[in-house]
Design a protein around this ligand. Sequence first.
Ligand code: CDP
Length: 235
Amino acid sequence: MKQEKGTKRIIIAIDGPAASGKSTTARRVAQQLGYIYIDTGAMYRSVTLKVLQLGLLDHLRRSPESVSDVIKDISIRFEGDRVFLNDSDVTAEIRDNRVSREVSFISSLKHVRDRLREMQQEFGRQRGVVMDGRDIGTVVFPDAELKIFLVADSRERAKRRYAELIAKCPDGGELPDLDVLEDEIIKRDRADAEREHAPLTKHVDAFEIDTSDLTIDRQVDIVYNLALDLQKDCR
Ligand code: CDP
């Protein structure tokens, strides 16, 4: 959709726990508004993948400051739906379960957060961006014109993750149990909400939307219409 003449490009921050529908909503709202979409979870996942590739996880648990060596030369860019880490396409690998299991630890490290926050603020410098994550409305863009906080029941979120895994692996090989998946999601949410730096929390100005019983079309519509109103207000 084309940008309407005379409207201002805004920043839309979408935060919330795992599998609450952030990325699908953010991607579609960005498409409809002609904005760019930045998946900040993919950035934390990329750093985690790099740490795993270098075999440094145990070392970092003992000496978290040394993560600065890993991130000093890191480059992350988005091309449409693809994510590139230092020029290699890591779109599929960053969704591996071993990355999902370790990402909360890596994203709790201050050096990592400081570096990625700088990159994220640079991505949003021109505004006209939809960014999703855990701390976008609270820390990265506290001045975002539209802040959304998506939530959903943990069982429903586990079912969504399960459906994604089936779609990725239709022969059913290596599918985790639904209870295990729900447990992993709850543990990751807790780690994200209880960490010291930029914990997952709702900004006081954020609109909270419970997506448990909403279709994707409906949740996209709600956010899109809020954005249209704000674009007009910001003229
Ligand atoms: O897709 P899903 O909701 O499962 O997670 P994600 O958005 O890919 O984010 C993966 C992890 O990265 C989260 O569980 C957080 O630990 C971390 N993260 C963060 O700390 N801050 C952000 N802005 C985005 C993600």
